[in-house]
Write a new protein. Structure first.
Length: 243
């Protein structure tokens, strides 16, 4: 085995020993069950590790990752993970987490051909095309970041309209879905202000989120724009392309 793989096992043994020393019984309690409160749906990108970013330990977050954090209506892999998380684990929060500088989003933005993944990334191109007017109105350097956020909003909706969520909410289960974006450049998570819990009409929440994204990235100072814009603004009169 190569030296670098040997390193991984060495680190693993050290980590296991350190955990057991600091918190005796940690692993034996994990064996019995996992009771995570959170499900993370994120990008496969190695710079976006769910547990490390959120300070969560083994047993605390149920994770599904794929290229560019896409939830497709017919993706049995994602849907099975969501069903297990909601019906069996009873997670209380599902976060869909995009990240700035995402290669999948960038490829979709540029229409670049990268191989088999073109067919997967086509889903983001659909998002791009749906919001083409808005994206073209933004400064060119802001468009990929805006599309990253629009993709998150879109995937939050896709989770929310899945049979798993519709059934869970109809049975009164308390579980909400949130849209976040992670900055590889600063290590910080942004809450995009799109949280869905089955009570409010998702159409309004989605439109308000799209409005905020447009406002944020068209403003001269994105950071100030984010702070100035309160969450929960349902006004959607100027969204040109409702889903
Ligand atoms: Co990515």
């Amino acid at each position: 085995m190569s030296d670098s793989l040997d390193d991984l096992f060495a680190h693993n043994r050290a980590w296991s020993a350190r955990m057991e020393r600091d918190r005796p019984g940690f692993f034996t309690s994990l064996v019995k069950q996992q009771t995570p409160k959170y499900m993370w749906i994120g990008c496969s990108d190695s710079r976006v590790p769910a547990n490390q970013i959120t300070g969560l330990e083994p047993g605390e977050v149920f994770v599904h990752r794929n290229v560019a954090n896409i939830v497709v209506h017919s993706d049995l892999n994602a849907l099975s993970a969501i069903q297990f998380a909601v019906e069996r684990l009873k997670v209380q929060h599902i976060m869909v987490v995009g990240h700035y500088g995402c290669g999948g989003v960038q490829a979709a933005m540029e229409g670049a051909r990268i191989g088999l993944a073109d067919n997967w990334i086509r889903h983001i191109q659909d998002v791009r095309d749906r919001h083409r007017v808005m994206l073209e109105s933004l400064p060119p350097e802001a468009r990929a970041d805006a599309l990253c956020e629009l993709n998150v909003a879109e995937q939050v909706v896709n989770v929310a309209v899945s049979t798993v969520m519709v059934d869970a909410w109809s049975q009164g289960q308390k579980v909400s879905i949130h849209g976040w974006a992670f900055g590889v450049h600063d290590g910080l998570l942004q809450d995009l202000g799109l949280s869905v819990d089955g009570d409010k009409p998702i159409e309004n929440l989605y439109r308000a989120a799209v409005q905020r994204i447009r406002y944020k990235w068209s403003a001269p100072s994105p950071e100030l724009a984010v702070r100035a814009e309160p969450h929960g603004n349902d006004s959607a009169s100027t969204v040109e392309e409702p889903r």
